[in-house]
Design a protein around this ligand. Sequence first.
Ligand code: AMP
Length: 403
Amino acid sequence: MTAKIHEFLEGMKDAGHTTPKKCYLCQPDQNTDTLIKLNNKLFKPYLKEEQILAAIEKMAAEIAKDYKDETPLFVGVLNGAFMFVADFLKAYQHPCQVSFVRLSSYQGLTSTGIVETLLDVQEDMEGKSVIILEDVVDTGRTLKQLVHLFSQTNVKEFKIAALFYKSEIYNGEYAIDYVGLEIPDNFIVGYGLDYNEMGRNLREVYQLNQADMINLVLFGKPGAGKGTQAGFLKEKYNLKHISTGDVFRYNIKNGTELGKLAKSYIDKGDLVPDEVTIDMLKDEVEKNPEASGFIFDGFPRTAAQAEALDNFLESKDMMVNATIALEADDEVLIARLLERGKSSGRSDDQDESKIRNRFEEYNEKTAPLKAYYEKQGKFHSVNGIGDIVEITERLGKVIDTLD
Ligand code: AMP
């Protein structure tokens, strides 16, 4: 259809008419460095169509080497793999069958990683070699569900072929038998992959443009108002709020292993060990690949955490833009925390000696981070005493003047 319209436009040109500069049926600015916008977010070109098709040809040749003498069943994982499956089958010219399965992972439940099967595979698969065609393998949660699904069938063999493979974040639970392209952990869209259901029709792959991201560290002693202010700032600047304290409390409430471990430290007002906290923070960032930026609340709290955060963000082409401290006197903070403890139920807010221990931890381990961020020219200080709205405005002034 598109070709016919192009033919028609070419015909008009021959007849002396001018053709539009860009046909609206074409993909926007393919093969250029131009950004595209999907649901108000900017994406930049990442993989060209030729690169993707070459990777698929290579995969098809590898799989043909292993399976051309039998009739494998290829199972595409909807929705993302529809383009991959189509191009793969065009490249795989040997006897085969094809089917699809549809899984959906729920964003709101990413912490538990629940993936629900929406459509089961219908074919009788007894004795067949099944090869899953998956568009992208990242954490491995979807794969787990697929393996579970097929382990209940009597297939002869079960293999996994992933067009895009994010080796950095894959949990490594199952072998990936065939890989198209190994890619870093950036949010990608196009060639079947979507951002909020947009962009699936793009012929090339784009990645989120991180340049306009804002990542903030909210700094300050317990009770300084970091959580309260983060709640306002995340709305105003469309940021994802990550409070390590909240994540720990969520885990304690749900009785997870992480919660059990953290509880022993939190109850005393001590810091949870760096190793555990850093991994948890990375996980939280990774659960939100499409975020326009983050507010880190209660992290980093030690030099090791600050360095780990810088290295981690750099690996994702991101950075901390500013660290903003909310300043308040100890005595004001103690009064606030004891008051909060009456309603929050937090044991670490109810006992003055625990609160003082948290302050000591802060003075010893967290306060030195001021110098760390000052050296980077990123440290800002804001008066944390006064009306909540006024404090939000003070923070906004700092954020609005960031480059
Ligand atoms: P918060 O809600 O930020 O006051 O955190 C409550 C408790 O969780 C702290 O007193 C620590 O025991 C633990 N915690 C939160 N964030 C961190 C962190 N970045 N490093 C170590 N421990 C933390």
